[in-house]
Structure formats: structure tokens, C-alpha cells
Design a protein around this ligand. Structure first.
Ligand SMILES: [Mg+2]
Length: 231
């Protein structure tokens, strides 16, 4: 008998290709807003700084050290400072334009549509994301995956953030099922995998870079299509 009925997916870096979408957006804006004329900093250096700072800010957000507003308002100012770029209104413009444009990008992690189409036949699919409600929905619309999902649960509406077990319990309650009938799929070992496990929920760790770790995981994959062998 089939054990699982409901699958919880993470969105960013698991289905929606955050790296590609954000890089494409930032590269457009870097030249459109004339940031290349502002200093000697090249786009590749700017992008590297964005990656590092954005990752650190999200990590702090996941650990309840900062709120969403801080991510949005501090991100580009921190990049400017870290690269020693001059003060300019361009950073504020970039911040606004980035928030508006990035979620409209359509790129998905390879084989997302294929695996969602396969899974949709057999399970009910949901999203559990620490992202912002409207932005996550926009990303799902832009990439054509919104209709695959029944419930979209974000930290913004629940007030809980992965890895805290409450957001998983909230999800299980909301879809009126038992946690044994659910499984989480995500790319973040802490928030998605350990978080789900702490709530008594199995998890599949999507680890495309095959990052080494010593966490015991139920299942680990490097390509989304490998899910077909498990579910
Ligand atoms: Mg993720």
C-alpha cells in the first residue's frame, strides 16, 4: 500500500531556479542602470557579492535573527559597502527593480515540469516555503507551475519559518492528513530536511552539488528525476 499521499516541495533552488533567475535579473539591471559606469567593479564580482550576502541574510532570516524587511532594505547597501562602491541612488533603484522583476523570471531547475507532471498523477502536491507569499506565487505563475499545487504555505502567512517544526505541523493540519502520509522535498539540509524530520516527517534531500555532510537522511538525490525511483 502506498505510504505517502501528500508531497511538500520547497520552491527556491528546488523547483524555481533562483540562481539563474536572479543572475539574469541582476545582469540586466547592472547595465540598464549604468552600474558599470559607477565604479570599476565588474558584474561577475557584483554577482559574487550578491550571492554571499543574500545567502547570509536568508540564513539569518531562517534563524529568526532578522525580518523580511531587513533582507529587502539592507541587501544592496551591504553589497555596495562590501565592494567599496560609491554612494548612489542606483542601488535603491536596483533594489526596487530587482524585487519587481526577478519573480517574473521563468527558469526552473531541470526536469521540474517532468517530475511534477509524473507526481501529480499519484499524489497531492503542496509548497512549504520561507519566501514571501506574493513573490512565491508570482514565481510559480511565471514558471508555469502554480496549477500543480493545492496548498502554498509560506512563513509569511503562518508566522513560522522552516526549520521550526510548527510550519510542518501547520501544513499537515491545513491539509487534514497525518504526518506519516507526507514527505518533504527540498535542497536545504537544515530547513527542509532536518526541519521536517524534527516534525516527524520524512524528507528527500535534493543535493545537486553533492555537498558532503554527516546528517542521516531518508533519501538523497542529485537530479529531480530520481524521485521517480522513490515515489
Ligand atoms: Mg530552497
Amino acid at each position: 500500500m502506498k505510504k505517502y499521499q501528500h508531497l511538500f516541495f520547497d520552491l527556491d533552488h528546488t523547483l524555481w531556479d533562483f540562481e539563474r533567475n536572479s543572475q539574469e535579473t541582476l545582469e540586466e539591471l547592472f547595465y540598464e542602470l549604468g552600474m558599470n559606469e559607477l565604479s570599476h567593479v565588474e558584474f561577475s564580482t557584483f554577482m559574487q557579492s550578491f550571492r554571499t550576502i543574500n545567502h547570509a541574510l536568508w540564513d539569518s532570516y531562517n534563524h529568526h535573527q532578522i525580518d523580511r524587511k531587513t533582507i529587502r532594505t539592507q541587501r544592496f547597501e551591504m553589497i555596495r559597502e562590501s565592494l567599496g562602491m560609491p554612494n548612489s541612488t542606483i542601488f535603491e533603484q536596483m533594489n526596487h527593480a530587482y524585487l519587481e522583476r526577478c519573480p517574473q523570471k521563468p527558469h526552473l531547475i531541470p526536469h521540474s515540469l517532468e517530475i511534477l507532471t509524473y507526481l501529480k498523477e499519484k499524489y497531492e502536491l503542496h509548497i512549504i516555503s520561507n519566501g514571501f507569499e506574493e513573490i512565491q506565487k508570482q514565481k510559480m505563475k511565471s514558471s508555469g507551475i502554480l496549477t500543480f499545487f493545492s496548498e502554498i504555505i509560506t512563513s509569511e502567512t503562518t508566522q513560522y519559518r522552516k526549520p521550526s517544526k510548527e510550519i510542518f505541523e501547520f501544513a499537515v493540519d491545513k491539509i487534514k492528513t497525518d504526518k506519516q502520509k507526507t514527505i518533504m522535498i527540498g535542497d536545504n539540509l537544515t530547513t527542509d530536511v532536518i526541519g521536517a524530520n524534527n516534525a516527524g516527517i520524512d524528507a528527500i534531500f535534493y543535493n545537486p552539488e553533492k555537498v558532503k555532510h554527516d546528517q542521516k537522511v531518508y533519501c538523497e538525490i542529485a537530479y529531480l528525476l530520481e524521485i521517480r525511483d522513490i515515489l
